[in-house]
Ligand binder design. Structure first.
Ligand code: AMP
Length: 275
């Protein structure tokens, strides 16, 4: 089993020793409840770095309401067992007070990129994410940090933050892992009932139809109605955006991304694909 580090000083000491020996260090931030999507990041980190730390921390700062935070699955022993065969070097699983000690007063806000889509539906979410990732980059001093394209807007926010703050850790994006039927892997999928689980792939299917139609507005309108017809309760957004600035795109001239959030059986699913 990989060593479990609880304190920031344990993490710093481990990383300092590795770096002194000339090893490169990769970091994989997660909130636990690990699935193959997370494991793909850990594998990419293993392939790219000599030493790998997986962080498991359910970050209270990125949850809007306490109920959602309380509901978040915490499965540390199972997570450690899933990571064991991958040969990672350590799990960093600090308590909330180790990350946010008394007196903690700083917030990192990435304006613009954080405003629309997830930012509009989850006020404060990206500020919580950017703050904890900036802290984590400071604590771990890793060479590379690995994030999933599954959370495309988050990936752009983190890239911008690392660039703007001259952080020394390189941000690496990794492809979205999916079920055979196209549903993007997510810890939230476990909350879908059996019937909703059969409906869920309709989101990705409808998005692919938009990509095939090169993001035409009629195709987006059609996809929205197909998602609802399939049984989703609501579509929060289904937006064609510039892949890196996330500005709305009307004509396809640069790489674009179709991003969506929709609710099914009380479970909010997000996904995105290139167009
Ligand atoms: P989370 O634990 O949900 O905060 O996710 C931790 C990291 O895993 C983030 O960088 C996510 O983008 C990434 N991730 C989540 N689901 C997937 C997936 N299906 N494929 C690839 N990466 C993922």
């Amino acid at each position: 089993m990989p060593a479990i580090l609880r304190s920031v000083s344990d993490l710093s000491c481990a990383v300092a020793a590795w770096k002194a020996a000339g090893d490169s260090v990769g970091l994989v931030p997660t909130m636990g409840a690990l699935h193959d999507g997370h494991l793909s990041l850990a594998r990419a980190a293993k392939a790219g770095c000599d030493r790998v730390v997986v962080m498991i921390f359910v970050n209270p700062a990125q949850f809007g309401d306490g109920a959602d935070l309380a509901l978040y699955p915490r499965t540390e022993a199972a997570d450690a067992a899933l990571l064991a065969p991958l040969g990672i070097d350590a799990i960093f699983a600090p308590g909330v007070e180790a990350v946010y000690p008394p007196g903690f007063a700083t917030r990192v806000s990435v304006t613009g990129l954080s405003d629309a889509m997830e930012g509009a539906f989850r006020p404060g979410h990206f500020e919580g994410v950017a703050t904890v990732v900036a802290k984590l980059f400071g604590m771990a001093q890793a060479d590379q940090a690995y994030f999933g394209e599954k959370d495309w807007q988050q990936l752009q926010v983190i890239r911008r933050m690392a660039l703007d703050l001259n952080l020394a850790t390189a941000v690496v994006g990794c492809p979205t892992m999916r079920e055979a039927d196209g549903l993007a892997l997510s810890s939230r999928n476990a909350r879908l009932g059996p019937k909703d689980r059969t409906i869920a792939p309709a989101l990705h299917r409808a998005m692919q139809a938009v990509a095939t139609a090169r993001g035409a507005p009629e195709a987006i309108a059609q996809a929205r109605s197909d998602i609802l017809l399939a049984g989703f309760a609501s579509v929060d957004y289904l937006d064609l955006r510039d892949a890196s600035t996330l500005e709305p795109v009307h004509t396809l001239e640069r790489p674009a991304r179709l991003l969506a959030a929709a609710t099914l059986g009380g479970v909010r699913l997000i996904d995105n694909i290139p167009v």
